[in-house]
Ligand binder design. Structure first.
Ligand code: ZN
Length: 218
């Protein structure tokens, strides 16, 4: 079990499920040669895949191509099912920074065979995750600079303004499939610029007004 803090409060949350969106930024869809999906492409990472700031990503031996994907993370603060868009924001307790570590070679092979992605995205250490800032301190989560640098070199530099599905729509759609409970986390997809990391790399992810997350690769 992994616990996250909500800054400026005494609250901690045990993280439950982590629901992730694929293909939510059009330039990233193009860079991987995918199609723009009609409904959200969703997958789940187990909470056992979380590591915190300063910890190490361990690339499993069955992959030779591990990619970084920086993403805005939503911390769910209360129970909800079939949440209406107009009420969705009241379910967000806070915002954080996540890196969706992805074994691209494994994922591509699974995609070709129509198989699920879990071993490419849910392995141990596949979800570096920061603590969270209270939602009330982020006036517009759809206007935040989102970046990821590897060894000091900028790889991803974009804005959450470019998300195709916005947060209320995401929460509505996700909660129509998965009941959302306190402590669940939603990863909202990655902008363009994803790429490989190898042993010894230092990843620094940042979202303006939300936080900063630094991990290295073992
Ligand atoms: Zn992702």
């Amino acid at each position: 079990m992994h616990t996250v803090r909500l800054f400026g409060t005494s609250r901690t949350y045990a993280v439950g499920k982590i629901v992730c969106l694929a293909r939510n930024y059009s330039e990233h869809i193009r860079e991987l040669g995918n199609e723009v999906p009609e409904s959200a492409v969703l997958f789940i990472k187990p909470s056992s895949s979380i590591i915190g700031d300063g910890e190490q990503v361990v690339i499993p031996p069955y992959s030779k191509d591990c990619h970084h994907e920086v993403e805005l993370a939503l911390l769910i603060g209360k129970f909800g099912k079939n949440i209406r868009e107009g009420e969705a924001m009241s379910h967000v307790a806070g915002y954080g920074v996540a890196i969706d570590m992805t074994l691209r070679d494994v994922q591509n092979a699974l995609k070709q065979k129509g198989l699920p992605w879990e071993i490419a995205k849910g392995f141990d250490t596949a979800c570096p995750l920061s603590d969270f800032v209270p939602a009330s301190q982020v006036p517009d989560p759809h206007a935040l600079r989102i970046t990821l640098a590897v060894d000091g070199r900028m790889r991803q530099d974009s804005s959450t303004a470019l998300m195709m599905r916005r947060i209320p729509a995401i929460i509505h759609e996700v909660s129509s499939v998965f009941t959302l409970e306190e402590g669940d986390v939603i990863l909202t997809g990655t902008p363009a610029g994803v790429g490989p990391v190898t042993s010894g790399a230092r990843l620094c992810a940042e979202i303006e007004g939300v936080g900063h997350l630094e991990v290295s690769v073992q």
